[in-house]
Design a protein around this ligand. Structure first.
Ligand code: OX2
Length: 825
């Protein structure tokens, strides 16, 4: 399809040709996986014309490029999304239909490329989609993990992690680019030699090296021919039989290099908002950073001879601190390879790198022991040491005699390298991901830095792509929206505001809720098939899907379910509207309380779902292996969206926005982007409860919170807490949930009891839940609020977020890729 008109016959022929070339099979002989591959290659063929054309526009117009540096890209399946962005989704579905193939079944053959943990990685994927759609030149830079996020199986209620071998059938949307191979050096030591002009040169010696080889994946813009590139790096040993090594009798070294390459990209660390501090992780970081910076500079040097003007054409955005070694790697190349002086190199670096902070959680702050850092990256360490030396002088000049400042702000301190400090000192921009989060950074976490560099700090509230999370995930609602306001919302989500008048229209309300119901039926079928549980599509679907973390408080949610169960048990005749509580979450493999919470949810589900007394009025479902592909269906089917983190802890949240877009009402704390969602939709259409972030921060500062008081004075709470240890939900092992019980009450087990203020917010949560059920029973009021949630979700498009990054941080040039150019490819 070059001319913009879909050619059904040619497309089907291309599918048939691919089957023949790939498998020597006819359509009739091929299985679904083979058909998926053949269809994908046919789609890639269409993409490649646009990809080539985009590259030609880059070469001709020389736009400024953003390199989005990220350890994670949680892309989700590509086939359906690519078809949507090519504007060929419906056409391809029909064409396949005619030859007896079902696009849904074919899409379902694709593995989810799960090269990310959760919000941070999915944000990177949404950003890539928006960059292409808005017409900006961008490369996503990351790692091609052989194994992405583990697959979750639930066995006997417990999470079991199964490796995710996503590449086993070959991935059709990647392109091997061995011509862009770079060498990455680890370890050894640094020798100094003099150049002819007398200046010093630093040379790394006796190092181990590994080759970085990129795979490119296309990122298709919506309907604009722009295709950007996600480049993810694979590792390979330098020739295993490298003669050099054997000449020196260095067999050992050759084997070590082989092992290094094997391990480097083997697996994604499955921790969200938590650092494990493993040496291999630092290697992964430097590996993809060094390769990406080398490729970016090579690209720049192809068309420019003055390296000093790099900031005019290149910017590196650091997705959290994980890629912060970018700063030092750029300095290294500028000083050691380009021969610039320190000041010149620093001037360039500090105009080229920018940093996004995604969390205030202390356990997510990256600090590397100097010993490891120096041993692994000797030259990089020297550079960080020099950056630190100069920065400490700057602190001392600004705050003479204030040792506290140095202690709190230095990059190297207490035997550690503090990555956030390095990113802030070297970055020209530091941004948070929601207004409240940025304020907390400025006033609390990063206050010292804010005081010293106020001009660097700015906010960029997160967003999500409506192409995947409405068009693809909820086609019924997408069509309904288009029927009412046209299809402009696909690229300008603020247009959803034009739905506001329909919120009070009885016919529109009926249609909207009918669509919600059909999506609930679709999810109910999925649950029946995967969990064997019957759920009632007319019950309230109350959903919490996200990574499992104590601060996200899935525990509070399930304690409330236990509380409701107790009420209903005590009074089976009470007026009770049927509720389905749906959970989905992966826990980091080594996170004990998180895994125990999964077990608790499943145990509560077992008891409640099988208790005949309550007549199915409460159902609890834990959806196995929550991931991007099933998330799309879950958002579409939710009535209530649980966003119940302890205020101040969730930097933004992005799932909250996906639910809102799909017409769910939020039950949440004033945390992260919930605050801005409430502002957009109005307090009448959102259910807010719990302490404010100021209150939480004050309690943390004063250490004056005592959960025992609540436990002693509130009978309903005491009962559910006791049920954690009396065998109600674990009759064969009453002690099973003791650690969860202790986390609430026992200061001997955790530093502070109830660190996340679960008991403190419990009553307020119960009340908000009550308000929700009452409101749900007023069908018209609910429908109106649901429509208004969709109507006011416009701000939360990642298109808006990316435009703000472009205007206020990156200053990229807009590009267009004409149809005529595509037709020539
Ligand atoms: C997440 C944050 O927890 C979440 O609030 C935010 O929406 C998301 O990043 C995207 O900004 N790891 N994951 C996060 O932060 C870190 C660190």
């Amino acid at each position: 399809m070059k001319s913009g008109v879909f050619d059904k016959k040619a497309f089907i022929q291309s599918v048939r040709d691919n089957l023949k070339n790939l498998y020597r099979k006819t359509l009739e002989e091929a299985d679904q996986q083979e058909i998926f591959q053949a269809v994908s290659f046919a789609v890639k063929d269409v993409i490649n014309d646009r990809w080539l054309a985009t590259q030609q526009v880059f070469d001709k117009e020389d736009p400024k490029i953003v390199y989005y540096m990220s350890m994670e890209f949680l892309m989700g399946r590509a086939l359906g999304n690519n078809l949507i962005n090519l504007k060929e989704y419906k056409e391809v579905r029909e064409a396949l239909d005619e030859i007896g193939l079902n696009l849904d079944v074919i899409e379902d053959q694709e593995p989810d490329p799960a090269l990310g943990n959760g919000g941070l990685g999915r944000l990177a994927a949404c950003f890539m989609d928006s960059l292409s759609t808005l017409g900006y030149a961008a490369y996503g830079c990351g790692i091609r993990y052989r194994y992405g996020m583990f697959k979750q199986k639930i066995q006997d209620g417990f999470q079991v992690e199964v490796p995710d071998n996503w590449l086993k059938n070959g991935y059709p949307f990647e392109l091997h680019r061995p011509e862009y191979t770079y060498e990455i050096k680890f370890g050894g030591h640094v020798r100094t030699e003099s150049r002819e002009d007398g200046s010093l040169r630093f040379v790394q010696e006796d190092y181990q090296s590994v080759l970085a080889i990129p795979y490119d994946m296309p990122v298709v813009g919506y309907g604009n021919n722009v295709v950007n590139t996600l480049m993810i790096w694979d590792a390979a040993a330098k020739d295993y039989f490298e003669l050099d090594s054997f000449d020196k009798g260095d067999y050992q070294k050759a084997v070590e290099q082989q092992n290094l390459a094997r391990n480097l990209v083997e697996v994604l660390y499955p921790n969200d908002n938590h650092v494990a501090g493993k040496e291999l992780r630092l290697k992964q970081q430097y590996f993809f950073v060094s390769a990406s910076v080398q490729r970016a500079l090579a690209r720049y040097k192809k068309n420019h001879d003055d390296i000093r003007r790099l900031p005019e054409k290149v910017t590196f955005q650091l997705n959290d601190t994980h890629p912060t070694v970018t700063v030092a790697e750029l300095m290294r190349i500028l000083v050691d390879e380009e021969g610039l002086g320190w000041d010149e190199a620093w001037e360039i670096t500090t105009k080229t790198c920018a940093y996004t902070n995604h969390t205030i959680m202390a356990e997510a702050l990256e600090k590397w022991p100097i010993e490891i850092f120096q041993r692994l990256l000797p030259r990089i360490y020297q550079i960080v040491d020099e950056i630190n030396r100069r920065f400490v002088l700057q602190i001392q000049e600004r705050y003479p005699g204030d040792d506290g400042k140095v202690a709190r702000m230095a990059i190297l301190y207490d035997g550690q390298v503090k990555m956030a400090h390095l990113a802030i000192v070297a970055g020209y921009s530091v941004n948070g991901v929601a207004r409240l989060h940025t304020e907390i950074l400025k006033n609390e976490q990063l206050h010292d830095f804010y005081e010293m560099f106020p001009e660097k700090f700015n906010n960029k509230t997160n967003g999500i792509t409506q192409r995947r999370f409405l068009m693809h995930g909820n086609p019924l609602l997408a069509d309904w929206v288009t029927k009412h306001i046209g299809d402009g919302w696909i690229t300008e989500l603020m247009q959803l505001a034009r739905l506001v008048p329909y919120a009070s229209d009885a016919k529109a309300q009926k249609e909207f809720m009918e669509i919600k119901r059909r999506n609930k039926v679709r999810l109910a079928e999925y649950i029946k098939e995967h969990n064997g549980i019957e759920v009632d599509p007319d019950s309230i679907f109350d959903v919490q899907v996200k990574r499992l973390h104590e601060y996200k408080r899935q525990f509070l949610n399930i304690l409330h379910v236990m509380y409701l169960y107790n009420e209903l048990k005590a009074n089976p005749q009470m007026d009770f509207y049927p509720r389905t509580f749906i959970f989905g979450a992966k826990a980091a493999a080594g996170y004990r309380n998180a895994k125990l919470t999964i077990k608790l949810i499943n145990s509560v589900a077992d008891v409640i779902n099988n208790d005949a007394d309550i007549k199915g009025k409460i159902k609890v479902v834990f959806i196995e292996d929550y991931r991007v592909s099933n998330a799309e269906w879950i958002f579409a089917a939710a009535d209530v969206s649980e966003q119940i983190s302890t205020a101040s802890k969730e930097a933004s949240g992005t799932g909250n926005m996906k639910f809102m877009l799909n017409g769910a009402l939020t039950l949440g704390t004033m945390d992260g982007a919930n605050v801005e969602m409430a502002e957009e939709v109005g307090m009448e259409n959102i259910f807010i409860f719990g302490m404010s972030s100021e209150e939480v921060i004050a309690h943390e500062r004063n250490r004056d919170y005592d959960p025992m008081q609540i436990y002693n004075s509130d009978e309903g709470i005491r009962k559910v807490v006791n049920q954690l240890v009396d065998g109600t939900f674990s009759p064969n092992d009453p002690g099973l949930f003791r650690d969860l019980y202790n986390s609430l009450l026992n200061t001997q087990c955790t530093q502070y009891a109830d660190t996340y203020f679960i008991l403190k917010d419990f009553r307020s949560y119960v009340d908000a839940q009550k308000r929700i059920v009452e409101y749900y029973q007023d069908k018209q009021a609910w429908a109106k609020s649901a429509i208004l949630n969709t109507a006011h979700a416009g701000k939360f498009s990642s298109d808006r977020t990316i435009q703000e990054y472009v205007d206020e941080i990156w200053h990229l040039d807009h590009i267009t890729v004409p149809d005529a150019l595509v037709a020539k490819m």
